[in-house]
Design a protein around this ligand. Structure first.
Ligand SMILES: *[C@@H]1O[C@H](CO)[C@@H](O)[C@H](O)[C@H]1NC(C)=O
Ligand SMILES: *[C@@H]1O[C@H](CO)[C@@H](O)[C@H](O)[C@H]1NC(C)=O
Ligand SMILES: *[C@@H]1O[C@H](CO)[C@@H](O)[C@H](O)[C@H]1NC(C)=O
Length: 395
């Protein structure tokens, strides 16, 4: 038995690794569905999630998700740069960058319309800037979104404000906002305004101090008093309970802290990301399918969240990318691949408009078992990263 395993590993080392990666990640059906959705997209509306039959529902630019679909076109453009375009990978059916630029038109840059979720809206502009550092639209967009976010910062609390509240002294911060911080770094680089970078660091440090539990789990929401800066309450909005860990929030946190390490080199952020990631992996059920909340009851059923699965796979790969120890790199990578396999088995839907089903948009509002534009986006990005790592080859 052992001998034959060793023999197999000797003769097929690359294939053994490749065989574990679901082929759906690189399927031509992905680009085909994205292009079909782009063609069906009503003017100035963007897909956010699907109905129970897998048909996209369209939202206006004020939705927190409006940047994801343009960013998905850029993800396919990146894959075309990695792989070239052919029938087998399906990338030869569109000019993905042009679609990214076109579908970014009409995204909101005005703080009063966007609120706090500006990081996601900035994604396509950050991508365009990487391709063309002089693009005036991208520069203007990034700077205006960043300054809108900076306007929500409280020196006293040490965070940017999430939802507006009727009592202005109630200052609400959700863990999702760790995903905003890269935008502040991007704008600081463009403008030289180091205050933006300082705000990002303060927000991360305050979140690290208050949002993460001793066991590595997290609260979704912290209410602060904006007058005193003190914590009023630790609670949930989209999770099962105030003491539970909502898996998408945990995933935003892991990604956000791993990204803060990438942006600053400060190892406390990597340690936080690792601690939250270990909690995530240790709390997964044996089938590896990410539930919508780690503490939700198993009976009658606990819906999955394919978006948290696709997102956390990227977060684990972002940690892996920054580790130096081979054992650690393998640990995070293997877990990312395992999660991708499990969610592909459960949620890959050839006949839906979205790539994946089984996203949980908002379980307390009974919105689950849908496709999500953000789940599909992170699913495609995970494929790109596995190609970049040469763990799978381009079709
Ligand atoms: C993008 O928009 C321009 C101007 O409206 C149009 O000419 C072009 O065909 C569009 N490109 C794609 C790929 O849809
Ligand atoms: C915040 O604290 C001030 C007093 O320092 C108090 O008047 C106010 O009601 C508090 N706000 C909340 C939301 O607890
Ligand atoms: C996935 O969604 C389908 C409905 O589309 C549902 O029947 C199934 O139970 C869900 N699976 C999980 C693991 O949540």
């Amino acid at each position: 038995m052992l001998a034959s395993l060793l023999l197999a590993a000797f003769f097929f080392p690359v294939h053994l690794v490749k065989g574990q990666i679901p082929s759906e990640l690189l399927s031509p059906l992905g680009p085909q569905k994205i292009l079909a959705a782009e063609r069906a997209r009503p003017n100035l509306r963007w897909p956010q999630y699907t109905n129970a039959g897998g048909q996209w529902l369209w939202f206006d630019s004020g939705a927190w998700t409006s940047g994801f679909f343009p960013a998905t076109h850029y993800a396919l453009n990146s894959r075309r740069i990695q792989c070239g375009a052919n029938d087998r990978n399906g990338l030869n059916i569109a000019d993905w960058r042009a679609l990214g630029i076109n579908s970014s038109r009409g995204l909101p840059l005005d703080a009063s319309k966007v609120g706090h979720d500006v990081g996601f809206i900035s994604f396509p502009f950050v991508e365009e800037l990487a391709l063309n550092p002089n693009d005036a639209t991208a520069i203007r967009s990034i700077n205006s979104l960043a300054s809108a976010l900076a306007g929500r910062f409280s020196e006293r609390v040490g965070c940017t404000r999430s939802w507006d509240t009727s009592d202005p002294t109630q200052f609400t911060v959700i863990i999702d906002n760790m995903m905003n911080l890269e935008l502040l770094f991007a704008s600081a680089r463009l403008t030289g305004n180091q205050n933006l970078r300082n705000i990002a660091v303060r927000h991360a440090d305050t979140t690290m101090a208050n949002h993460i539990r001793a066991d590595g789990g997290s609260w979704h929401v912290i209410d602060y008093n904006s007058t005193s800066g003190n914590v009023i309450r630790k609670r949930t909005a989209q999770g099962y309970s105030d003491s539970s860990t909502w898996t998408r929030g945990q995933s935003w946190g892991i990604y956000g802290f791993a990204n803060m390490y990438r942006l600053t080199g400060d190892v406390k952020y990597l340690d936080t990301a690792r601690r939250m990631a270990r909690f995530f992996i240790n709390n997964l059920p044996s089938d590896g399918v990410v539930p919508w909340d780690f503490n939700a009851p198993l009976n009658p059923t606990r819906p999955a969240d394919s978006s948290a699965a696709a997102l956390v796979a990227n977060a684990l790969l972002l940690i892996a990318r920054q580790e130096t120890d081979q054992g650690q790199i393998k640990y995070w990578t293997d877990n990312a691949i395992r999660i991708l396999n499990s969610i592909t088995r459960v949620a890959w839907k050839a006949n839906w408009q979205s790539l994946l089903s089984n996203g949980t948009v908002h379980k307390p509002q009974n919105n689950q078992n849908t496709g999500t534009v953000y789940g599909d986006y992170y699913y495609l990005l995970a494929g790109n990263e596995l190609i970049r790592r040469q763990l799978v080859s381009c079709p």
